[in-house]
Every structure is written in C-alpha cells, then in structure tokens.
Design a protein around this ligand. Structure first.
Ligand SMILES: [Zn+2]
Ligand SMILES: [Zn+2]
Length: 505
C-alpha cells in the first residue's frame, strides 16, 4: 500500500465507473414498455424529460426500426414477444389470410384486430412455447408475468399464451371495465379501474373519436384512464405479485396520433379535441417517470432491466387518399355497399380482388391468378397517386419472395430514395410467405388512407422507433446498427441474468 499510493489513487480516478458497474449482477426482472406509435424524434422535439433521462442512462439504439411490414400494432407486438418476422408468424398484417384453415375454412380472410381473443390464442398456440418471450423470462426467473394495456388485442398478443395474466379493458354501454385473462381480483373488483368510456372530448365529428377515458386520462380524477390506468394497474401488480416481467403497452399516443395527424407538426382540424399529440406524449412521459420512481422506491432499480420501445412510428397523412370514414378499411369479403375512396373503387373495378388493406402502404390479395386479372389489378395499382414501388409475391426455387415490378422514385426527394434503396426490399421480404399479399404497393412520405395520421408501411417516420435498454449492470452506450423489433427478444434475453433455465446462452 504505502509505496504506490499515487498509482492506486490514479486507478481509482480512472476506473470508478467500471468498478461500480462490475459489482452489479445482471438484472433478473424485466419491465418492457411499448409506447404505441412513439417516434424517437418526439423525445427532444417535445422535451420529454423522463425519456431524455432514461436515454442518457441506457443502451440507446438511435437506428432502431420496426424492420417489418405491416408496421401495425397487432403484428409488432407479436414480433416483439416471439422474435420472429411476420412471415414466420400466424398473421402478418391487419388482414389474415388463413391458408392452413386454423380458424375454419382454408384460405378465408379475417380482420386480425377484430378476431375474438380465443381465435388469437388459437393462432398463437401454433407457435412453440420456447419462442415466447414471457416463457423464456420465466425460465430465467420463475415468477408472475403479465401484460397490461388499453388495447385488448395488442395486450393479448403481447402477453401471448405464456403470460400468467392479461389485463385490458372491455367496453360496454359506455363503460370500460377490466377484462382479459386471469385478471387478478384486486384489479377486477376495484372501482378505481372502471372507466367512463363515452365522452368524445370534442372529437365527435372526427374520423376516430375518443371513447371516453379509455385512451386518455379523462375528467374524473378518481378514475383516470388511458396510460395512467395502465400504470396504476402495473403498480397494483407490483404490490401484490412476486413478478418476473411486466409487459406494458401504452395506447394513448397512438390514439391521438391517428385522431389529429400531428406526427409531423400541426394539422388543420375541423374539430377541437381536448387532447393533442403533445398532451398524449406528456402523459406517456409522466408514466415512464412514475414507473422508474416506483422501481427506485422498491429497491428494484439494480435488479430490473427496463426496455422502452414502440411498435411503429407514424406520419401525418398530408396527401390523403381516404374517404373520411372512421376506422381503417379492411376491404374484401363483405365489403358490398361500403363507400370506397375513388382510387380503391377503381382498383376493385379493374379486376377480381379478394382483399385489400391500406394505410401508409397498400396490400392487395388476389385469389384469381389468371394473368389477365393479375395484369389488370397491377395496372390499376400503378395508377394510384403516391405509389412509389410495387412488389409482387413470387415463388422461386429458393422459396417465396417479393420481386419489384414497378418503381416511380425519380420524383421523390433524395432522402426518400436512399431510405427506399436501403430498406424497401428487406421490409417487403418480411411478408414473403404463401399467405402474403399478392401485391405490396409502397407509398410516398405523407401519403395514406383513412386516418389523418397513420403507419403500416415502409416510410422512414413510420419505421423509426425508440429502443433503449436501461440495464443496471452496463454503462450507458450508443449502438448505431439498424436493429429491428424481431431482434429485441434476443437482446433482452442476453441482458437478463441466467437462472435455472436450460436455454440460456
Ligand atoms: Zn400500434
Ligand atoms: Zn395505430
């Protein structure tokens, strides 16, 4: 000691961070937070202080992207929970073509988000349980795993059949009550968790009216809804359970983002909503702060991995191709009598179309594959304003893939062209299986259907998402690689401590 005090002191000054971090073992609990429709640029644009603080302490992935199509809630939550791309999942989009006949007749089309919980479970049970993130987390640390969120199908799909409980909301007669799978009694029977679900808060005349306090806090301080409700449920679960993982999905930003279309800045609205995008973001940020403070209070900060991400981003649909109807159009069987946007009507009249789905990209399924029909529909698709690329499903020796059959990129800005060159082919490839759409038409920035703000396609603002891992055993760092949502499951499992599990690396 006596001889080299100066060196010892110097080492202490140089290495304090390393020494401190090395003493913290890998985290054993997981708090996985999905902010539905959150964009990474919102963090600084709106000065979201809890997101900023977490980003400064975390492993941050500034180039995280959705990495698949459709860039949709019902797809991305399952990608996150399985680590699989859509082509390797039971559904790939808001439209499900049930090739195998798992739900009934083979080749039938369904609106995925409208499937009954039992049907979604039935489809998810076709996946090996080892693929499910909740199962793998429990292997590492046996304990309670739950999914919580306002949006019922998102929460169920996020939790998968491997979660112990799924807690969401069911709306009936203007009232929302806790609903899901194995909802704990202290939630189900607590008056606090029942919400008023009818006040439109000034959005009656919009395409996507607010349904009371389901997605927003609302006016009743004793029954705050939306993301506050999700957080309050999570805090109750922390209180009552020996939990290993909580999968929380916050729907407030997505609701207001679709409603107001303010993703890329203010939009002219012909209604006066009580809530704007900034309000939804401040609410979400406050919930992140509450959850982190709660971990601190419980002494769990050093043993919990906190992951913050989103299921997709969003864009303002400034070149709007819709018809001002509420909700999204799942055209296909049963579409008779539906008022269609002129472009879509033209597409349907051009040929024999089995189903379409359109948001910030257009997907078209054909069952009549006669060359004359395929050519007619492709011709009509090319004529739609804002279409930049069309990719067609093809079976080749190496398997199913999409081949680009049309491109109109020359008039697009350079930034759009380089984004498309880097990502379009890989993104459409994530839907390449026999149930995939016959055509995927990608759209220019700011082009979309039905809602003022939307997602679903390959645009940069739709694809870029936040991804931050607050790992108490690691120093803050920045990883600049493009990472997609399908990789997040393995990143999480690598960060968690390995308990009694067989499958640990
Ligand atoms: Zn979503
Ligand atoms: Zn959405």
């Amino acid at each position: 000691m006596g001889k080299w005090p100066g060196i010892a002191l110097l080492l202490t000054i140089l290495l304090p961070a390393h020494a401190a971090w090395a003493e913290v073992p890998r985290p054993e609990r997981l708090l996985l937070l999905v902010f539905d429709q959150m964009r990474p640029d919102y963090i600084d644009r709106f000065q979201l202080k809890h997101f900023q603080k977490l980003r400064a302490q975390a492993t941050n992935y500034p180039n995280a992207i959705v990495g698949h199509l459709g860039a949709e809630t019902v797809v991305s939550h399952l990608v996150l929970s399985t680590g699989r791309l859509p082509k390797d999942l039971p559904w790939m989009d808001e439209v499900l073509c049930d090739k195998a006949g798992t739900l009934g007749a083979a080749n039938a089309f369904y609106a995925t988000g409208a499937l009954a919980p039992e049907q979604l479970l039935q489809l998810m049970r076709t996946l090996p349980k080892e693929t499910l993130l909740p199962f793998q987390v429990k292997q590492r640390r046996p304990g309670f795993v739950a999914a919580v969120g306002e949006k019922d199908y998102a929460t169920l799909v996020f939790g998968t059949p491997a979660a112990d409980a799924v807690v969401s909301l069911h709306k009936s007669h203007g009232i929302c009550t806790p609903d899901g799978i194995a909802v704990p009694r202290y939630i189900a029977t607590s008056d606090r968790f029942t919400l008023e679900c009818s006040n439109a808060y000034g959005t009656e005349r919009s395409f996507y009216p607010i349904d009371g306090a389901r997605f927003v806090p609302g006016d009743d301080p004793a029954h705050l809804g939306g993301d506050v409700w999700v957080t309050d449920v999570a805090l109750q679960l922390m209180d009552h359970e020996d939990w290993s993982a909580l999968f929380l999905t916050f729907g407030g930003i997505d609701k207001i983002g679709h409603l107001t279309g303010e993703a890329d800045g203010p939009m002219p609205l012909d209604f006066e909503p009580k809530y704007h995008l900034e309000d939804a973001l401040r609410t979400a940020d406050a919930q992140l702060g509450r959850l982190l403070a709660e971990l601190e209070r419980r002494g769990l900060r050093d043993t919990t991995l906190v992951v913050v991400t989103a299921d997709h981003g969003a864009q303002s649909d400034r070149r709007y191709l819709g018809m001002g109807r509420s909700g999204k159009a799942m055209a296909g069987h049963g579409a008779e009598g539906e008022t269609l946007a002129p472009w879509l009507r033209h597409l349907r009249e051009a040929g024999n179309v089995a189903a379409t789905f359109q948001d910030s990209a257009i997907r078209v399924w054909l069952t009549d594959m006669a060359p004359v029909n395929v050519a007619a529909v492709l011709g009509a698709l090319r004529a739609i304003s804002g279409v930049t690329e069309i990719h067609a499903l093809a079976q080749e020796d190496a398997g199913w893939r999409y081949r680009r059959v049309y491109a109109a990129l020359a008039q697009e800005p350079a930034a759009f062209r380089s984004w498309a060159a880097a990502h379009s082919e890989a993104l459409v490839g994530t839907m390449a299986n026999p149930a995939g759409p016959t055509f995927i038409a990608l759209l220019a920035d700011g082009v979309g259907f039905d809602l003022l703000g939307d997602h679903g396609g390959a645009q940069e603002h739709v694809q870029r998402i936040p991804l931050m891992l607050l790992d108490p055993s690691r120093k803050p760092q920045t990883i600049r690689a493009f990472v997609g949502l399908s990789q997040v499951r393995d990143i999480i499992l690598a960060a968690l401590a390995c308990g009694r599990a067989a499958g640990c690396p």
